[in-house]
Design a protein around this ligand. Structure first.
Ligand code: SAM
Length: 191
């Protein structure tokens, strides 16, 4: 049982692209109520459910409160754009490094499409700064955005540091919504 239907979007993305592996360290941005974190916990084995596999780490961050989850560490009432949050993440992650950054973050929708789009892109741009602090070479990032005029800015900022950036629209995402995800892989993995 997942805490939220948004779970099915991440399941779909991860079944296809296999980003989450046992032993990996994951940051889940905008984690409340916690469905994506539930999936991350299972797939990186951060609750140690499978003794034969390495044990990973899941740290979830949200402006709102997130109810406890076995295998996850939550930073409730934390803003992912705040450098203080970045410091805490560095302390919580083994080796101060993450393999994967997930973001299903969304601002409270005002109903004004342009404004909501801008707000979400601005927040998502901060994830690249977070990646520069914590993401391992070769790491990946999944980031929700609402399509619009500024999406290319995010795509360009991602493309500057990830070898591969693609747009993904999971079937579980409503067709009539402008919701899309960037999947960025091979962070600073320059050959
Ligand atoms: N993926 C979650 C799940 O499966 O349970 C659902 C996430 S919900 C669609 C979006 C969340 O992003 C909200 O809980 C909101 O509080 C959070 N959020 C928005 N801006 C944020 C920010 N700057 N820092 C942290 N969380 C933020």
């Amino acid at each position: 049982n997942y805490r939220c239907r948004s779970a099915f979007k991440l399941l779909e993305i991860d079944d296809k692209y296999k980003l989450l592996k046992p032993g990996f360290n994951v940051i889940d941005c905008g984690a409340a109520p916690g469905a994506w974190s539930q999936i991350a916990v299972q797939r990186v084995n951060s609750n140690g459910a499978n003794a034969e596999f390495p044990c990973g780490t899941v740290v979830g961050v949200d402006l709102q409160r997130i109810a406890p989850l076995n295998g996850a560490h939550f930073l409730s009432n934390h803003d992912i754009t705040d450098p203080v949050t970045h410091c805490k993440l560095l302390e919580l992650l083994p080796g101060a490094q993450a393999h994967v950054i997930l973001s299903d973050m969304a601002p409270n929708a005002s109903g004004l499409k342009e404004m909501d789009h801008e707000k979400l892109i601005t927040t998502a741009l901060c994830l690249v700064d977070l990646a520069d602090k914590v993401l391992r070479s070769g790491g990946s990032l999944v980031c929700k955005y609402w399509d619009g005029a500024l999406a290319y800015q995010l795509q360009e900022k991602l493309s500057a540091v990830f070898r591969e950036v693609r747009t993904v629209k999971p079937k579980a995402s409503r067709k009539d919504s402008s919701e899309l995800f960037f999947l960025a892989r091979s962070y600073r993995d320059i050959k």
